[in-house]
Design a protein around this ligand. Sequence first.
Ligand code: GTP
Length: 356
Amino acid sequence: MGSTDAVILVGGLGTRLRPLTLSAPKPMLPTAGVPFLTHLIARIRDAGVRHIVLGTSYRAEVFQSYFGDGTALGVELEYVVEDEPLGTGGAIRNVADRLRGDTVMIFNGDVLCGVDLRALLARHHDSAADVTLYLTKVPDPRAFGCVPTDPDGWVTAFLEKDPDPVTDQINAGAYVFKRSVVEAIPAGRAVSVERETFPGLLAAGALVAGYVDSGYWRDLGRPADFVAGSADLVRGLAPSPALPGPAGEALVLAGATVDPAATVTGGTTVGAGCTVGAGAVLDGAVLFDGSRVAEGAVVRRSVVGFGATIGAGTVLEDAVIGDRARIGARIELCGGARVWPDAELTDGAIRFSSDL
Ligand code: GTP
């Protein structure tokens, strides 16, 4: 069977999470006190896979300076940098010469899930598939491409988004490949694994298996999912071996100061060095390190970037505040409002719900 390598794709621009991803790539954004990628690396390690290659492009240097050779997490990490983003398939092909075994587990770097990776690998080997895809079922599959399987679990098609989907199974962003399949992807150009490689494999008669798991799954690509995924980690609803266990309603990191008269619930994370004033309400909030929330402010399902300040009595709901932004007192930012890094909003009873 040979050994198994893991590849994590972390080179995307993370545009849907801007402005947070202007300063850090999406997989490096803090969730429950550590960069998101830490949770995934720990899960891969716990599945017995120790050699992990990161396919990087956007802000490539940030990964290596934080994770180094991986020793601290008990793995061996290698980095491959794309000068130009090669897409998901091109990124996989681009790491082919670093692979050591015959089997490769491949992960999108922004998925939080509880699938049993050992069982996924076992299914791949038992079925002798060329590729095995982790599939998850979602309540509303209309927003996703769908992946139907036959009664024996073989994938029959890769379908584009459809208002009337034939199945609720979608690609969950983790795969097992035979190494030979990686080597067959065209080199040196951009390739989408979803749009080109998978449909091409089916057309060529390759054996593509689906492994359906209905446990925890969330793609953290959008602000609402990032906030919800972070809260799920804090509350222990999303499993992560990188955490000591569920923190409960709130995770307050070292050096943070939360006034006893503040209410902190909903899986909120208060980052290192943050301050939260009296009467503030944090519900499902993510405060990055060094941010400050003044007295009486309300922060629900929102992210407050590194070093940002939120004025007294201000209300944030479903908002994203960029690093070092200064939001004055008595302002309402709701319904997907995003404030760019270093922006300053002066005090006032004003309400915004668009980009600033
Ligand atoms: P959006 O710009 O918001 O769509 O985010 P994204 O750039 O991360 O794209 P998407 O969520 O579709 O990517 C899925 C995964 O593949 C993420 O973990 C990305 O980091 C990764 N990824 C996407 N494109 C590339 C690429 O060109 N090269 C590499 N190495 N990884 C990629």
